[in-house]
Design a protein around this ligand. Structure first.
Ligand code: NAG
Ligand code: NAG
Ligand code: NAG
Ligand code: NAG
Length: 301
């Protein structure tokens, strides 16, 4: 009797093992939303989440990050919670999520793009596999021409503070957009005072860990929106920026100090075929489902 029961248990253990190895579920995806948005807006991140679930299939786990304990807090924190604190919060969320421990692919939207890059550089466990940045501002912004979303109140407030002085310490420490504000007329001040972007872009001190961690990615995929009217300059989406001392001429990634001195491993990623610079012929974040399917889906499968 006991022997039969043992065999029965063993039989099911074998079946369960076979199921778990042959139909392993797809690599999970972590999403970080943009400014003025939240984890769960059905018209933005909600529909992206549904699209991934549908197109990848297999019961894929998609986690859209919520920064704070509800949607209102999540939206407000996108303006007013120090990015370095957000990075620490998200790192701890990722480490505590049992479904992510074997690794995950990451998709960042707008400022969520540079924030997830910071996660790749500073939070190597669990491992990020592919990172797709949609319109992320990897060299920051110098201007705030238009705001995404319908609510202009927060945008007007952000503009007022940036005009007052992005590098004034109480603004720098609290206003998210000041933390990736990059003034090409004042590079020295940017390097000295930017608490977030100058740090992850190796402008303060060279941190070898940042480079070693970023190079662990399987692929770094940077999407630029060629008709972008919200990001100034849009070349920042591919690590380009205004040439120092003026705000008209731009350099591109190949010409950047980051690439030429290979301070983040971008050059090595490129030379090993793991850097993709993609372009969507639309305004900020406005890619079509067909474009997504043709260009991005392969990184999630
Ligand atoms: C470099 O970055 C790592 C990861 O964030 C951090 O633990 C370390 O303290 C940094 N090193 C320096 C010299 O800042
Ligand atoms: C816009 O956002 C502000 C700050 O979060 C809020 O107080 C206000 O009610 C919002 N306005 C609209 C029209 O949603
Ligand atoms: C990556 O390498 C290719 C082939 O060598 C080169 O054409 C391209 O310009 C490089 N990318 C960058 C950003 O320099
Ligand atoms: C940057 O510009 C140079 C000079 O025009 C060009 O050779 C290079 O391919 C460009 N790199 C990228 C990534 O577009």
């Amino acid at each position: 009797m006991e022997a039969a029961r043992m065999m029965f248990v063993a039989f099911f253990a074998v079946i369960a093992f076979c199921l778990s190895t042959t139909s392993a579920s797809p690599t999970p995806v972590v999403i970080w939303h943009g400014m003025g948005d939240s984890c769960c807006n059905p018209l933005s991140m909600g529909s992206i989440k549904r699209m991934i679930e549908e197109k990848v299939g297999g019961g894929i786990y998609v986690r859209s990050l919520e920064i704070g304990s509800n949607i209102i807090e999540d939206t407000e924190n996108g303006f007013l919670l120090n990015v370095n604190k957000q990075i620490d919060m998200v790192c701890s969320k990722l480490q505590k999520d049992p479904k992510l421990q074997q690794g995950y692919n990451a998709m960042g939207f707008s400022q969520g793009g540079q924030f997830l890059r910071a996660i790749a550089q500073k939070c190597p466990n669990p491992p990020m596999l592919n990172l797709v940045s949609f319109g992320g501002q990897h060299q920051g912004v110098y201007g705030f021409p238009r705001c995404p979303g319908e609510n202009q109140t927060m945008c007007d407030y952000v503009r007022k503070l940036l005009n007052l002085g992005a590098y004034i310490s109480w603004i720098q420490d609290n206003l998210v957009q000041a933390e990736y504000w990059h003034d090409p007329l004042n590079e020295a001040e940017y390097r000295a005072k930017s608490v977030f972007l100058a740090d992850i872009n190796q402008e303060k001190a060279f941190n070898a860990t940042y480079k070693a961690n970023l190079m662990k990615l399987k692929n770094l995929v940077l999407v630029k929106f060629s008709e972008d009217t919200m990001v100034d300059p849009k070349e920042s989406e591919w690590f380009g920026f205004y040439v120092e001392g003026q705000a008209k001429a731009v350099y591109n990634m190949t010409q950047s100090k980051l690439y030429q001195q290979d301070l983040l491993g971008l050059k090595e990623l490129n030379e090993s075929g793991r850097l993709a610079l993609l372009e969507s012929p639309t305004d900020h974040l406005q890619f079509t489902e067909e474009w997504f399917e043709a260009n991005i889906l392969k990184y999630l499968k």
